[in-house]
Design a protein around this ligand. Structure first.
Ligand code: PRX
Length: 689
């Protein structure tokens, strides 16, 4: 009964039934349907020892820019101090701490060694096959210096772009820091992306060097990486010749690798012959630190540009305060791949700037068994764990008896990021992983924001399951209606960021107009994040998914996320995805795709069983949220289509729901999923009332 709704959660969601002729425009924003009354204040002991105290909010409110200047001075070491905090005269391109100079790698590594912390472990590396490596800050300094010298020897200069296409190995961190050390912006491309995706990213950034590996380990097997690089930079009809001059190759798996003499260089050879000392290149605060490509509404990926001083300031500030990091005693683990922004800010820059000891794990959570993560937590006594709701839901599906086999008592803070976390998944995370003891921080941010923006502070905020709650001190966020008016508590609308923040994107690589159009044109002068959100009675912010995931049913704007949460709160449902499908009668209709929990899966095997499950779940949603939210169709499926970063591809589900040919599915982690889904849907299933 892990998912039965707790008795103290309100069931009195309003029955929303709008008279037929009532104008839909009378309903500003999103319907506010799901009510959450559970609250988890920090224990007095946690609150007393927390890095972030309530005074942080007061300080930031009193003088926001002075607050950020203090963070920049306290958490970052400057070669030349800055005198101006923010220059917003070129809005929407911000300049933070612009006349200061610094180096990111120096801040992440060297200064800790200079402070006598060279023997502190920076990284406990755990390979998927079980190989391990421990890297101290002093060792990291030597490796980063060698790599920086090796890059320079290959002709990489300050300002040149370097593409990094690596598995989750220590060398990925070293490569990023080596680039930062010489002021060459890195563009990390997730190792799961195809050669085509890699080609377009290399071309857009006009990269001079690619750093890759022969392969990496995934699900028990060595999976090649270098062939994709070879293909991505090979001459291609209609494409410009590649800008890449060299490929630096880390040997990870030892598998056979095609070699182009003169172009390809082994990482270990290049590092072996390189000097172990290197003087960092001091750059201006606004010097580009990295580009990270992310998908937008059009097909062409956007190269999100981040610069140095402001980004580092906010990465370090959020990592220290949101996770309550105690560098001397904590063992921190963020499960994100360095191919995503979370890996940039909360594996590389945030933790290393703060001198943390962290775990890096190469593989998947179920290799070689479904307890692998919990085994790692036990082994390294991980105290802070930062992961994604999709992973939490996978663990829920596998069953709580698996984590129960391991000692998780070292954990003291849990974090979540990437998508709204359903209240039931939040409760499971806290109870099963956190031993009903740990604060959970649900952190909202984006590739574009660079660092966490909205999140509880673990020693201050009384946490509400499913809500990211409050902007961090120094951040100004709001929920507004179509006319950019702040909605009252209880109302829903669009999440916006109304004041610039240090780690904000400085643009889209090579496309200033697209930057302005995408983020600054919906509400002139303020940043629109693309997410729907609501404010509850206390003014806490709830994220409701991308606005394209918002449905309009009979003039009611409904969030896919809320209906998914309602479905997952039923004990027979393991996972759910909801889409709006066009409907003649209601504009859009709610269509739900659900995976049933192990022992219930067989119930939907025949048409009668499927119909019974559908009726049960429709009634459940009606009870939890209101009849308006009742899915018109509920399709029981064996899997959901997900990208490699774990995001459900609702676009493909909408194609199925609207009986269209399924569109481009090339970014799916497992391309056979759509066939499985379509094959299982030959059985008729429709709504009866
Ligand atoms: O829709 C929001 C969702 O993820 C989007 C940003 O995705 P990306 O740039 O890939 O970065 C993911 C890691 C920061 C947001 O626009 N999102 C992220 N965190 C949350 C979230 N939605 C709800 N709650 C969150 N905590």
């Amino acid at each position: 009964m892990a998912h039965a709704r707790a008795p103290h959660q309100s069931r009195c969601a309003p029955e929303v039934s709008v008279p037929e002729n009532e104008s839909t425009t009378a309903q500003p924003g999103l319907e506010n349907l799901l009510h959450e009354t559970r609250s988890f204040p920090p224990s007095p002991e946690f609150a007393a020892q927390a890095n972030a105290q309530p005074a942080l909010y007061e300080e930031a409110r009193a003088d926001r820019l002075a607050f950020w200047a203090r963070q920049a001075n306290d958490l970052v070491t400057w070669r030349t101090p800055f005198t101006e905090t923010l220059d917003w005269s070129q809005a929407p391109v911000a300049r933070w701490f612009a006349d200061g100079t610094l180096n990111a790698a120096y801040n992440a590594v060297d200064r800790h060694v200079e402070a006598g912390l060279g023997d502190r472990v920076a990284i406990h590396f755990e390979g998927e096959p079980g190989d391990t490596r421990t890297v101290t800050y002093a060792e990291l300094q030597r490796d980063v210096s060698r790599a920086a010298n090796a890059l320079a020897a290959l002709g990489v200069e300050t300002g040149d772009r370097v593409v990094i296409y690596l598995p989750m190995v220590v060398e990925a961190v070293v490569a990023m820091l080596a680039c930062a050390r010489i002021g060459a912006p890195h563009s990390v491309v997730f190792g799961g992306f195809s050669a085509d995706a890699l080609r377009s990213r290399i071309a857009d950034a006009e990269a001079k060097l690619v750093i890759t590996a022969d392969g990496g380990y995934r699900r028990g097997a060595a999976s090649a990486l270098k062939p994709a690089v070879d293909e991505a930079i090979a001459p291609k009809e209609g494409a410009d010749p590649t800008t890449v001059e060299h490929v630096l190759v880390v040997r990870r798996t030892g598998q056979d690798t095609a070699w182009t003499e003169g172009r390809d260089v082994w990482w270990h050879d290049a590092l072996e012959s390189a000097d172990t000392t290197h003087t960092p290149v001091w750059v201006e605060a606004e010097h580009p630190l990295f580009i990270l490509y992310t998908s937008g509404t059009t097909g062409k990926p956007k190269g999100i540009l981040h610069t140095t001083g402001g980004y580092l300031t906010q990465a370090a500030y959020t990592h220290r305060n949101v996770f309550d990091l105690k560098a001397e005693s904590d063992v921190y683990w963020c499960t994100a791949d360095i191919g995503w922004v979370t890996g940039h800010s909360y594996v590389v820059y945030g933790p290393l700037l703060n001198g943390a000891t962290q775990v890096i794990y190469e593989g998947t959570p179920d290799s070689p068994h479904q307890g692998r993560w919990w085994e790692i937590v036990e082994k390294y006594k991980v105290s802070i764990l930062y992961t994604a709701p999709t992973a939490i839901r996978a663990c829920m599906k596998w069953g709580e008896e698996i984590p129960a086999r391991f000692d998780l008592s070292s954990l003291r803070v849990l974090g979540s990021v990437g998508e709204p976390i359903n209240p039931e998944a939040w409760m499971w995370y806290r109870r099963v992983i956190g031993g009903d003891r740990t604060p959970i921080v649900d952190t909202w941010w984006q590739t574009e924001t660079g660092a966490i923006m909205i999140s509880p502070l673990p020693g201050v905020t009384a946490a509400k399951p499913g809500s990211a709650q409050v902007p961090l001190p120094g951040i100004v966020a709001d929920v507004v209606d179509d006319e950019a008016h702040s909605v009252p508590n209880g109302g829903g609308g669009y999440l916006v960021l109304s004041e610039p923040w240090p780690s904000m994107l400085r643009g889209i690589w090579g496309d200033l107009e697209r930057f302005k159009d995408t983020y600054w044109s919906r509400f002139p002068g303020i940043y629109f994040a693309g997410d729907g959100a609501k404010k509850d009675e206390d003014g806490d912010i709830w994220l409701l998914g991308r606005v394209d995931d918002v449905m309009n049913v009979s003039g009611h704007r409904l969030s896919t996320t809320e209906i998914e949460s309602a479905l997952v709160s039923n004990e027979i449902v393991a996972e759910a995805a909801v889409v709006g499908a066009s409907d003649d009668l209601t504009g859009q209709a709610v269509v739900a795709f659900v995976i049933l929990r192990g022992e219930h899966a067989a119930r939907a095997a025949d048409a009668d069983g499927a119909a019974a499950v559908q009726t049960e779940l429709r009634n459940h949603v009606a009870k939890e949220i209101g009849p308006i939210a009742k899915p018109k169709r509920i399709l029981v499926v064996p899997e959901l289509p997900k990208t490699r970063s774990g995001k459900i591809m609702r676009r493909l589900l909408r194609d199925v729901a609207e009986n269209r040919t399924v569109g481009d599915a090339t970014t799916l982690a497992d391309s056979s999923v759509m066939e499985l889904i379509s094959a299982g849907l030959q059985k008729p299933s429709s709504s009866d009332d």
